[in-house]
Design a protein. Sequence first.
Length: 86
Amino acid sequence: MEQLNVILFFVNFVKTLFVIIVIYYLIRFIRRLVLPLFFNQPRQSNNFNNQKKSRKEGDVTIEGNKSGGGEFSNDEGEYVDFEEVD
């Protein structure tokens, strides 16, 4: 009788693990199908295509970061080596 209980416990444990794994992969599959519907990726590509169409062929444009954070000013000061104090 004790062996039967152990076998039944093991079988139920394996069934539970199987169900959890199936649910996990089912959620991953559904997520791949449903989430792209909420994000409008075609709008971004259409916006890019509209910008591309509004320019004449052969025009050159340079787009960059206009915040000016990459430039260094002359009043930043000197570099001072760090010395550890005991």
